[in-house]
Design a protein around this ligand. Structure first.
Ligand SMILES: [Zn+2]
Length: 274
């Protein structure tokens, strides 16, 4: 199971400055994926992945799309992606000063360093702290993200960023699986700790969404790391007819949840490029 959670830098201009994988590099790993008889899951219903999907179909590779329900139902860009766009298009000092106005910047940096968040990424500590606050903390940083995003907002329309309903219908008709990936793409563990009912709704709505296109057996966990899942989340997902929960790590050992046979590890596509 190969996971393509990176932006594809190809013909879709909106994605040009984001961190991602060049379309030529992507095409280069496809023979290996085909030889391994592996399948690819594309993350988040990003428009750029349509181009990648065509390359896979030409090679006869089995693919599916994990799509957050709100990427389609709400005419807005999800918080997780707004943060990426801010990092790509704003001077770093702006992000740093916004974070410093909001919280004890040094405390957050220390925490990110100590816990090892994004330690394999070569981005700066400001970027890591920003992404940590957006994706993993229990602090609501939506105001910071919205304030930063408002500076670049006019360049980015959701319709250019995500696949449209019609495009999803079209790929589903061609036999590509649509998989649930949360409603809002928030960290489900954190959501469940804050409010169990909101987490249940997030999971349920996303399963309903994917079921409109095909019957759902697998759920793709947003983020997928140990900090985004716990037993309560696993039980919530499995009690809604799902058999497999696809996670980020190449191994599930770090979860301390080895006994949970429904957790299916995935391999990041970038591993194949190294
Ligand atoms: Zn995702």
């Amino acid at each position: 199971m190969i996971y393509m959670g990176h932006y594809l830098l190809g013909t879709y201009e909106v994605f040009a400055n984001l961190h991602g994988i060049n379309v030529d590099d992507f095409a280069m790993v496809l023979p290996e994926i085909k030889a391994r008889n592996a399948s690819i899951i594309f993350d988040d219903g990003l428009k750029c992945h349509l181009e990648a999907a065509e390359l896979c179909l030409e090679k006869g590779i089995d693919i599916s799309f994990a799509i957050p329900e709100q990427a389609v139902s709400v005419p807005d860009i999800l918080l997780v992606h707004k943060a990426h766009l801010c990092v790509a298009h704003l001077e770093e000092y702006k992000i740093k000063s916004e974070l410093s106005n909001f919280c004890e910047y040094r405390v957050i940096i220390d925490k990110v360093e100590k816990l090892g968040f994004y330690k394999h990424q070569d981005s700066s500590m400001t970027v890591k702290a920003f992404k940590y606050l957006v994706n993993y903390s229990n602090i609501d940083v939506s105001n910071i993200v919205e304030s930063l995003f408002s500076e670049i907002k006019s360049s980015f329309l959701p319709i250019n960023f995500y696949m449209t309903k019609l495009e999803i219908q079209d790929i589903a008709k061609r036999g590509i699986k649509i998989l649930p990936h949360g409603k809002s793409h928030q960290n489900l563990r954190q959501l469940a700790l804050d409010n169990k009912f909101v987490a249940v709704d997030d999971i349920l709505e996303s399963i309903k969404f994917a079921n409109r296109y095909n019957s759902v057996e697998s759920f793709v966990l947003p983020f997928g790391t140990p900090d985004s899942v716990n037993m309560a989340v696993i039980e919530m997902i499995l009690s809604n007819g799902v058999k497999n929960i696809i996670t980020a790590l190449p191994s599930t050992n770090l979860f301390s949840l080895e006994s949970v046979s429904s957790l299916v590890p995935r391999t990041d596509l970038k591993v194949l490029l190294q």
